[in-house]
Each structure stands twice: as structure tokens, then as C-alpha cells.
Design a protein around this ligand. Structure first.
Ligand code: DON
Length: 580
């Protein structure tokens, strides 16, 4: 059953924008903006909006919009600010992907600032003498760090598409680090939940914990002078201020002290890359998303293509039939991920085939409408014809029509939990996203092939999926999520909720999600799906697992006839929609 889309704010709109006009006599407004029939409503604004995981950084982004900056300026300001206010995932020494829609020229571009493997890293880096993956070293050592991409990415985005000086855009983040911020309940909780591990590294302990080994108290002022210094090097010298000179020297010194692999040459050689996004279509809308070295966009489009052939609306949202079809499409896509996806600059990734409608039609035929196909019966498809745990997302829209969707990360919450002395920054543990031992599950349970083996200079395969949906050639929805392997399915369901079920963006974010990644063969569901539905799914053969935790955390903006509708996912604390 289709929910009525965007009911009834005609009256409110008339009263606000035509004072004195009577709603009866006012000219008919083509359709209402807000669906007051929904239990979840977005924040509505007209001029600019930043939706992100933390309030101070979102407000900093908004401040840049109010100073006349565009969405890219604001996204860069927010990115640097999150490195200060949201240390579990905001970062300088991590990496990510920024999808940008430019009103001028009505075009999109993707800035890939994923980390690269240090030149000396080789296939067996994380194997011990018995040939097994040394998990501790893969996740929590200096060797876990890839060459950081965040600063290169943000500076490149700003230089090419921003309008304000970098110094102006970075000033609020520097002030936040220098003057300090009031510790929120969420920040206190985030640090405390990782306190034990942070305490193992003397520098991280000094930065994040009190002498008693705890997070700074709620309400305390927390200053980060060393991080302010690092930010200032970047504000004054741009890319060079991080990848050469004193910041780079401090990072390399820490690598040498800790048996890490990143050299001065690795840093000097790092480049963020501008790539063409991947594109698909779904029920008349255009989908624009993240290409390799992320797997996200390819599989979102692939699953949408498969699902387009079913009458999902008739099945009903989160009905057993609907969840069954989602799960089957997810399994097929993740099976392909395990074989084909990797850094396409190093390995031939058959992107065009994977996102093709023909291939989806073949895959769709493998879906039995009544029975779950066991993962063991699903192999990665034959694509070549002649073949042979914290990330964060934020979304920005400005009054000029530009939109930015950005996901970046240290990989785990607080990355490797190792900080670089004198810089205030944590090292990522993104090297764990390579297949340390191809065929064996990684930290997210994902199985990957030799194509994602470790090689110097290569980017580890990611699931980060900043995504936009266009209607009639105009941006309509921008979203993304953290969650490792959960990212792709969280974004998929947000898109389906909005397109197939006409949900407003707050409802699309709030509805219970499900996840299947082929292996392990489990259909993970959030709390909130009815027990009857779960029984039906079990009867079809699904191994249903009600997740003790939630799946993903989207930050989204929908653009409807000149209005910005924002929704921060309520699954975690502290998210914020800053708007004017
Ligand atoms: O690039 C990736 O896919 C992972 N490094 C993302 C990690 C992540 O989302 C953890 N978040 N909860």
C-alpha cells in the first residue's frame, strides 16, 4: 500500500509566506512539503543546512554558509571541526569520500581521499608465522595505519569548489580546539567506551583521558592545543602543511618509534583523486554514488536494479515478502563484492557489468519469491562475459543549489587508538580493510578476494557510500552512513523508503532496517519488525537474528521545491540538523 506522500502543510505554508492571505483564497500550492500524518518529521529550512553526527561541527558548517560560503566550504569546515569535536570518527589522519553536486553546470564529482597502503606494505603484512591473520596487529598497531587522505581531500575540495579562503573555513575548528569545547554527554560516553584501549597508548591517554583514566567529565572544558597547532599548519600552508614539514616529520618519527610503515615519501606522494561517480537509475530517478575503491555505489545500484523488477510497493514496507526480496538481493550483491571489488586503479573491476540492467535481470531470476536461498548455494555471479566498526557521515546543502554528501573515517572508533605525539591526532587502522588473508572474513565479517590484497600505494576496499538521488535532473535526496558492511544496506533502504514508499526523510531514516551480507548467512533485523513477520521469514528459510544494536546511522537532506528537509538518524546520540 502506498502511503500518501507529503500531506497537508498548505495552510502553514500559506500563513507563513503570505501573511494576511486566507488559506481558502490563497492560490493552490502544488503539493504540501510536510507530511503531518507521519510520526517523524524532518527539520525544514530554506537557505542552508548541515546534517551531521555532532552539534558543534554542524553549527560551524552552518556558520560558514551564513558567511556566504557554499556547501563545499561548509563541508570542509564541518570536516575539520569534527576532527576536534567528534574524535571517534572525525579525523585528520583518516580518509573518506566526498560526493559533490555542483549547481553550476548541473554536474557531480567524487573526491576520493581514501588512505593508501604505504609503499613497503605487502600481501602478507598481517600474517603471523602460522600464516594466520594477527588481528591485534591488523587493528591496533602502527602498521594498521594507511597513508592519511583526509587533509588532501578536504583541501582539494576547498581549492577546486569552495569560494572562501581556506583560512576562513578552518578558523572555527582551530578556535574549537584551542579555546576548548564543553564535553557533551555523547562525547563523554564515546571516550569512556574506548577508555581501556586508549589508555594503552601514552599519547592517546594524555589527549583523551583524565589522570584517573576516564573521559573528561560532562560539562568540563576540553582543550586540544596540539590539534590546534596541526590545524594551523594546514590553514597556513594547505596540503603541504600536513604532508611535508613539521606535521609530516612528527608522524614519520612516530612510525619509526612504533615499527610503522609510513615514510616521508609516502606522505609526500599522497594525492586525493577526483573520480567520476557511479550512476544508475531506479523507477525514473537517477542514482549517483561512490565508485571503487568503495564497493558502496556499485552494490547500491546493483541491488536497486534487481529490486526494480518487483512490485515492492504492493508487498508493503517491511512485510515478510519485502524483507525477503531485499535479503535475497543483498546476498547476491555481497557475494559479488567478495569476488570483484577492489581498488580499480590496481585491479580490473567490472563496474559497468555489475551495475548494468542486463546483469540485474539475470540475477533477479535467481531470487525465489518464496524461499531463502542458502548462502552456500550462492556464488559470485559470472560477470565477465568472456571471463574466464566508526565512520561518520554528514550532508550539506546551500542556497545556491550545491549539495555535499561526505563519509570519512579512521575505520574503528578512534582508529588504531594510537595518537601521534605533538599533533593531537589519532592514526587510522584502515589497512584492516584490505583482505589480510583473502577468503577469510575481515573485521566486518566481509569476505574478500585476492583482488583486495595488500599492495603498496593501493587503496583498501571500502563500503563508504555517500549517495544522491536526482529527480527530473535535480538533486532530491543526499544521504550516507557509517557502519562498515552495514553502510551499503542502510543507504539502500533509505533510498527505497523515500522512492518506493514515499516516506519523508525523517521517517525514511527512522524505520527499522535489515541487513544481509551473504556471509555469514544471517538476516540481521533491527528491533521493531513484528514477530509475525519474523516467523514468516524464518519459515522461508532465513536465519533471522534480531540485532542487539542498530544498523547504520544516516544523515540526510531531501530537497523539495526550494525547501531543505533534514533528518539526523536518532539511532545514536548527539546528531544535529543545523539550518537557517
Ligand atoms: O571503509 C570502510 O568501509 C570502513 N573502514 C568503514 C568503517 C565504518 O564504517 C565503521 N563504522 N561504524
Amino acid at each position: 500500500m502506498k502511503l500518501p506522500r507529503l500531506l497537508s502543510a498548505v495552510l502553514a505554508v500559506c500563513l507563513i509566506f503570505a501573511p494576511g492571505a486566507n488559506a481558502r483564497t490563497a492560490p493552490a500550492v502544488e503539493a504540501p512539503i510536510i507530511d503531518f500524518g507521519s510520526r517523524f518529521l524532518p527539520v525544514v529550512a530554506r537557505q542552508g543546512m548541515v546534517v551531521g553526527p555532532e552539534r558543534l561541527a554542524a553549527e560551524i558548517g552552518l556558520g560558514i554558509l551564513e558567511q556566504g560560503g557554499n556547501a563545499v566550504d561548509a563541508a570542509v569546515a564541518t570536516g575539520f571541526a569534527l576532527a576536534v569535536s567528534y574524535p571517534r570518527a572525525g579525523n585528520l589522519a583518516g580518509g573518506g569520500f566526498m560526493l559533490v553536486h555542483l549547481a553550476e553546470g548541473n554536474r557531480q564529482t567524487l573526491i576520493d581521499y581514501r588512505e593508501t597502503a604505504p609503499a613497503s606494505a605487502g600481501r602478507d603484512l598481517f600474517l603471523n608465522e602460522a600464516g594466520e591473520v594477527d588481528r591485534e596487529r591488523t587493528y591496533f598497531s602502527h602498521q594498521a595505519a594507511g597513508v592519511p587522505g583526509t587533509v588532501a581531500g578536504l583541501v582539494l575540495a576547498q581549492a577546486r569548489y569552495g569560494t572562501l579562503p581556506l583560512k576562513q573555513v578552518m578558523a572555527p575548528a582551530i578556535a574549537l580546539a584551542e579555546d576548548g569545547l564543553q564535553v557533551s554527554f555523547a562525547l563523554n560516553l564515546e571516550i569512556n567506551s574506548r577508555a581501556e584501549r586508549l589508555a594503552l597508548n601514552p599519547e592517546a591517554r594524555k589527549l583523551f583521558l583524565t589522570p584517573e583514566g576516564e573521559a573528561p567529565e560532562v560539562g568540563a572544558t576540553w582543550r586540544q592545543p596540539e590539534l590546534a597547532w596541526t590545524l594551523r599548519q594546514i590553514a597556513e600552508q594547505g596540503h603541504k602543511g600536513f604532508y611535508q614539514g613539521e606535521v609530516a616529520a612528527r608522524l614519520v618519527a612516530e612510525m619509526e618509534a612504533g615499527n610503522g610503515l609510513i615514510t616521508a615519501a609516502d606522505l609526500a606522494g599522497y594525492q586525493a583523486l577526483e573520480r567520476e561517480p557511479v550512476r544508475g537509475s531506479f523507477q525514473g530517478a537517477e542514482i549517483v554514488s561512490t565508485p571503487p575503491p568503495s564497493s558502496g555505489g556499485v552494490h547500491i545500484i546493483q541491488m536497486l536494479n534487481m529490486l526494480e523488477g518487483f512490485d515492492l510497493a504492493a508487498m508493503g514496507h517491511n512485510s515478510a515478502a519485502y524483507i525477503h526480496h531485499l535479503a535475497e538481493a543483498m546476498k547476491l550483491a555481497y557475494a559479488d563484492r567478495s569476488k570483484y571489488l577492489a581498488d580499480s586503479d590496481f585491479e580490473p573491476v567490472p563496474v559497468a557489468k555489475l551495475i548494468g540492467k542486463d546483469y540485474a535481470a539475470r540475477q533477479r531470476n535467481l531470487i525465489d519469491p518464496a524461499r531463502a536461498t542458502p548462502a552456500t548455494e550462492i556464488a559470485p555471479g559470472r560477470v565477465l562475459v568472456d571471463e574466464s566498526h566508526d565512520t561518520t557521515h554528514y550532508t550539506v546543502a546551500d542556497r545556491f543549489g550545491n549539495v555535499v554528501s561526505n563519509t570519512y573515517t579512521l575505520n574503528f572508533s578512534f582508529g588504531s587508538h594510537i595518537a601521534v605525539p605533538g599533533t593531537g591526532m589519532l592514526l587510522n587502522n584502515e589497512m584492516a580493510d584490505f583482505a589480510a588473508n583473502p577468503g577469510q572474513p575481515n573485521a566486518y565479517g566481509l569476505v574478500e578476494s585476492d583482488a583486495n590484497r595488500i599492495e603498496g600505494g593501493k587503496r583498501p576496499l571500502s563500503s563508504m557510500s555517500p549517495t544522491m538521488v536526482f529527480r527530473d535532473g535535480k538533486p532530491w535526496l543526499a544521504t550516507g552512513s557509517p557502519g562498515g558492511s552495514l553502510i551499503i544496506t542502510a543507504v539502500l533502504q533509505t533510498v527505497l523508503n523515500a522512492t518506493v514508499f514515499d516516506m519523508n526523510i525523517a521517517t525514511a531514516a527512522a524505520e527499522a532496517r535489515v541487513h544481509h551480507q551473504w556471509q555469514p548467512d544471517k538476516l540481521v533485523v533491527e528491533q521493531g519488525i513484528s514477530p509475525d513477520t519474523l516467523q514468516l521469514l524464518q519459515a522461508m528459510g532465513h536465519n533471522v537474528d534480531v540485532a542487539p544494536r542498530t544498523l547504520g546511522r544516516t544523515q540526510s537532506i531531501m530537497l523539495e521545491r526550494g525547501y531543505l528537509l533534514g533528518a539526523t538518524d536518532t539511532r545514536r546520540l548527539g546528531g544535529h540538523v543545523a539550518a537557517y
